[in-house]
Design a protein around this ligand. Structure first.
Ligand SMILES: [Zn+2]
Length: 356
């Protein structure tokens, strides 16, 4: 969002985002704190991690991984089309093996809109069945001709969408899917509802590496609008039980096992705070507790990095609070519609306008 349109929005004026403003946003500088060195990391023999949204690989919005099996390559997440092309070029500089599978950890654009690019490179998009169910919910342009998220993201200025199309995953699993050639083993698993109703992770039991998609992020990147925060805590518990030593998150730097603890602690604290300070209050009254809750969470060093800055363009905190309030009370915070909009936009920004 441009400064001008943002100011207008905060002042309560009409929300109007021109194409130019959105394009400016897309072409704009990498947000502070993200300008780390672009990297492809070899995390274990034949296992790579690629961090999105850092200096030289900004085309790749989400994080990616890839595993070089004996006969083919399995990629974790398809990214946006521009990200897919970048990833494929980086894989091609490492190996001539066919890039056979692209695993979508969930349905969001920054994780799945690059599917068609993989198809054109002889790959097959693979996902948990819940990904297609979510696509049917949100990608109405593909399923019944009514503009959905893809069309809105294209309209908002994601130029790479113009040269390709939505390609839902066509190899689906209902619980898990295992790739094992004797040397490497990757288990794709749905552990429960979390960031969406269709999340799955990639677990490498030999190397104890977990690719989480957005079930776990490392920084203020949680978008909660399509998922369930209460169930998310339980899904993170299941993820912790795997015993990962290296956690490649969906956004932000890769980390050790503690990032699963931290992500879970953030949601637990958020639920506790909203439960204690807001749940007994009516929406209009409850809203007044927002900044006190933010301050309390910011004061907790373990989870402070998950709490967005008040008033920042990426401030998704009000929508996170609103979602939890709704889960706990069945009522909506009065401003939620607006804040959901902001959150969607913030998520779209963090995710390259996937959900604008
Ligand atoms: Zn997402």
């Amino acid at each position: 969002m441009s400064q001008i349109s943002r100011r207008k929005f905060l002042a309560g004026g009409t929300v109007f985002l021109s194409l130019a403003a959105e394009t400016e946003l897309l072409a704009g500088p990498i947000p502070a704190g993200m300008a780390e060195e672009a990297k492809v990391e070899l995390v274990a023999p034949d296992v790579y991690f690629h961090q999105g949204q850092v200096a030289d690989n900004a085309d790749a919005v989400c994080n990616n991984g890839w595993i070089l099996f004996e006969d083919y390559v399995l990629v974790v997440d398809a990214n946006f089309p521009a990200g897919a092309r970048l990833i494929i070029s980086k894989i091609r500089s490492l190996t001539d093996k066919p890039i056979r599978f692209a695993f979508d950890t969930h349905h969001h654009g920054d994780h799945a809109y690059g599917n068609q690019v993989f198809v054109e490179n002889d790959g097959v998009p693979v996902a948990y069945t819940g990904v297609v169910e979510e696509m049917k919910r949100y990608e109405t342009g593909y399923y019944d001709g009514k503009p959905g998220r893809w069309e809105k993201a294209a309209q908002a200025g994601r130029k790479d969408l113009a040269t390709t199309r939505l390609k839902p995953p066509s190899v689906l699993f209902s619980k898990d899917l295992i790739f094992d050639d004797g040397k490497h083993r990757v288990e794709l698993m749905h552990l429960g509802v979390a960031h969406t109703h269709g999340d799955a992770v990639a677990w490498l039991p030999k190397e104890k590496i977990l690719f989480t998609g957005d079930v776990c992020v490392n920084g203020p990147y949680n978008f909660v609008g399509d998922g369930d925060v209460g169930k998310w805590v339980a899904t993170l518990e299941a993820a912790k039980k795997l015993g990962a030593q290296i956690v490649c998150t969906g956004h932000g730097a890769r980390a050790g096992a503690s990032v699963l603890e931290d992500q879970q602690a953030f949601f637990k604290a958020l639920r506790e705070q909203v439960g204690a300070a807001m749940a007994k209050r009516a929406p209009q009254d409850a809203k007044g507790q927002m900044e006190a809750i933010r301050a309390a969470l910011k004061g907790n060093a373990q989870i402070a990095r998950y709490v967005s800055e008040q008033g920042s363009a990426d401030d998704s905190f009000p929508s996170q609070v609103g979602k939890v309030y709704e889960e706990l009370t069945g009522r909506k915070l009065a401003m939620l519609a607006t804040e959901r909009w902001l959150a969607r936009h913030a998520h779209g920004r963090a995710h390259g306008l996937a959900l604008a």
